[in-house]
Design a protein around this ligand. Structure first.
Ligand SMILES: [Zn+2]
Length: 334
């Protein structure tokens, strides 16, 4: 990931100089490869034959790391709940296990490293338990916390970490990286996926791998047929729940933003989701800019309040009911 080179260099240099803090908070937009960057850095800190910031991939620590077996490395992430496409929070027991592992004397030379991915998914008890570990660090221990939702982390946790913001890839860097992933895709498909992903390379990769472009299209089609009374709220909700929850809502968010853009500029060229232009035009003919803003506000509030314990089905039913009511009211007044 060429766009994270500066981060690799910086962390490995500070480690060599003995000035790397024991808690490092890495944040940045979703889908730019934060977890991969941190895990790469962690491996390079464990590697015995590291060159610059690059792990050799061959020494014993590297092999243990690659086999998910390095005793000085722990990775924590929310568990994915496959049926609902949502995630469980990181719980206190997981943090306690991690903390007790960090105080054990390491078998290997080098640091004891923990990586907590999506750290914002720690529940209240887990976050407070981690706080204690951050306040009483053991020597040669490094804890990396990763998040795309900085504001959801406790301020007390943030203040005990050194923060690093990871940057987005340029379009060229992203396309070059996507081409290295050996997918069977054309240049046009790479570009389209990257554009749908808002420029985030890992999101673009997931889109290409999981046939998300087709799913996104049927979601938007089904929302529009809801407005024509050709589908039901229950059907739209069912379709949304089959997809990754946050991703599907970001598609709807981008779609609404385009409807507003088209209203404001009356210029088809202002649309970002060009492949959905037909549907964007259809919807903007049906809703006023104010209605579109209200829907977008409701969606943003929903995303802000989203956490692992929320009933996503109820949340979606209420959101799509708002769409439906808005249209019914518009038809009555028309
Ligand atoms: Zn190595």
């Amino acid at each position: 990931m060429s766009w994270h080179q500066a981060f690799y260099q910086h962390i490995s240099e500070r480690y060599r100089l003995g000035s790397l803090p024991h808690a490092v908070l890495v944040y940045g937009e979703e889908g730019i490869g934060k977890a991969q960057a941190v895990n790469n850095v962690a491996q390079s800190l464990l590697c015995q034959r590291v060159v610059g910031a690059e792990a050799c991939g061959e020494c014993q620590p590297c092999q243990l790391y690659q086999g998910f077996n390095h005793p000085n490395f722990t990775r924590l992430a929310p568990e994915k709940n496959d049926e609902k496409k949502t995630q469980s929070p990181i719980k206190i027991d997981q943090i306690r296990d991690l903390s007790s592992k960090l105080v054990m004397t390491s078998q290997y030379e080098g640091p004891n490293i923990a990586v907590i991915e999506q750290a914002d998914m720690m529940n209240h008890f887990a976050a407070n338990s981690l706080l204690k570990t951050l306040e009483e660090p053991t020597s040669n221990t490094i804890i990396f916390l990763i998040t795309s939702q900085l504001s959801k982390l406790l301020p007390t946790i943030r203040s005990r970490c050194q923060s690093y913001s990871l940057k987005k890839a340029s379009a060229d860097e992203a396309i070059e990286w996507l081409k290295e992933q050996q997918l069977d895709a054309s240049d046009k498909e790479y570009l389209q996926a990257l554009q749908i992903a808002g420029g985030a390379p890992l999101t673009a990769l997931a889109i290409l791998e999981n046939d998300v472009i087709a799913q996104r299209l049927s979601l938007i089609e089904s929302i529009l047929s809801l407005l024509n009374n050709q589908s039901t709220i229950a059907q739209v909700v069912e379709l949304t729940l089959k997809m990754d929850f946050l991703q599907s809502l970001s598609f709807v968010q981008n779609f609404l933003a385009d409807v507003i853009r088209l209203h404001q500029t009356a210029d088809k060229m202002s649309i970002v989701n060009v492949d959905l232009a037909k549907f964007i035009k259809q919807l903007s003919a049906k809703v006023t800019p104010r209605d579109a803003y209200l829907l977008l506000d409701e969606l943003n509030t929903m995303l802000k309040n989203y956490n692992a314990s929320i009933n996503t089905q109820l949340m979606l039913e209420s959101f799509f009911a708002s769409w439906h009511n808005m249209l019914t009211n518009n038809t009555k007044t028309a």
